[in-house]
Design a protein around this ligand. Structure first.
Ligand code: SAM
Length: 256
């Protein structure tokens, strides 16, 4: 992890170590859910259909698992998940809930850019707001490709690039109808209020990056919210999320 190219990893892991109370609430909701729901406005899996239909016996890796409720959903559907995250604090919450819910799977402290696991050992790599936005895609997408078996699936969900162009810099200030940043050159976002660093790309850059790393793109799902949707996240409101895609989910398959 350390400095240089991956200087942001420790900054972000420290920030996530501090986010304990909110994450305990999020974790309890996620671990208790009988059906997965996705993202800011909790789109149910029966509508989103993001997960492969058959997970029985599948080796799954969650990159940036945080409290690992997504891995718990996978385990309950018959998969054998491994959760990877650089934040000791988030992994401690994941371990607490493993104990509480009687569900155990390996948790590895590492960042999505450098995963200490063997080439070609997974059928599914998934990230819900983990590596998907907190790791540099130019480092974690090649890593996901290395870790997947040929034919394996990559699924990741995060804020849409469009939303990131419209979110003011001040914390918890909702997205506007104005483009506040240029699309071209979109990559690294540094947030000053609660110092953290995120990564977002435009669609053309995502397509080229995925293809260059041996992926066939299966789908790009753009979520639309009901106009009166509410959430506890201050940076996007229902009226915005009803008009423009607020989140996007990429599904890709590693070619044989
Ligand atoms: C919003 S949580 C998402 C995980 C999970 N869905 C949850 O809500 O608990 C973001 C997670 O990304 C992790 N993260 C930060 N930097 C990362 C990196 N470079 N690679 C992988 N995960 C990272 C954080 O430690 C945090 O646990």
């Amino acid at each position: 992890m350390g400095g240089g190219r991956f200087d942001y990893v420790a900054v972000n892991a420290d920030a996530w170590d501090r986010r304990r109370e909110d994450q305990l609430r999020t974790a309890r909701r996620g671990w208790s859910a009988t059906e997965p729901t996705w993202g800011i406005f909790a789109v149910p899996e029966r509508t989103a259909r993001l997960l492969p239909a058959d997970l029985e016996g599948k080796d799954a890796l969650e990159l940036g698992c945080g409290t690992a409720y997504v891995s718990a959903w996978l385990a309950r559907r018959g998969a054998a998940p491994v959760g990877v995250d650089p934040s000791a604090g988030q992994l401690a919450i994941a371990r607490q809930f493993q104990g509480e819910f009687g569900l155990s799977f390996p948790l590895v402290r590492a960042s999505g850019e450098q995963v200490p696991l063997r080439d070609g050992s997974f059928d599914l790599v998934i990230s819900e707001y983990g590596a998907a936005i907190w790791a540099d895609p130019y480092a974690w997408i090649p890593e996901a490709s290395r870790l997947l078996r040929p034919g394996g699936e990559l699924i990741f969900l995060g804020n849409s690039g469009l939303l990131m162009l419209c979110v003011p810099e001040e914390d918890e200030t909702p997205a506007t109808a104005e483009l506040l940043r240029p699309h071209f050159g979109m990559h690294r976002f540094e947030w000053p209020d609660d110092p953290t660093i995120e990564f977002h790309l435009g669609h053309g850059d995502w397509i080229r990056l995925l293809r260059r790393n041996g992926f066939e793109i299966l789908d790009l799902v753009e979520f639309q919210a009901p106009v009166d949707a509410t959430s506890s996240y201050g940076f996007v409101e229902g009226w915005w999320a009803n008009r423009w895609p607020y989140e996007e989910v990429w599904r890709a398959r590693k070619q044989a």
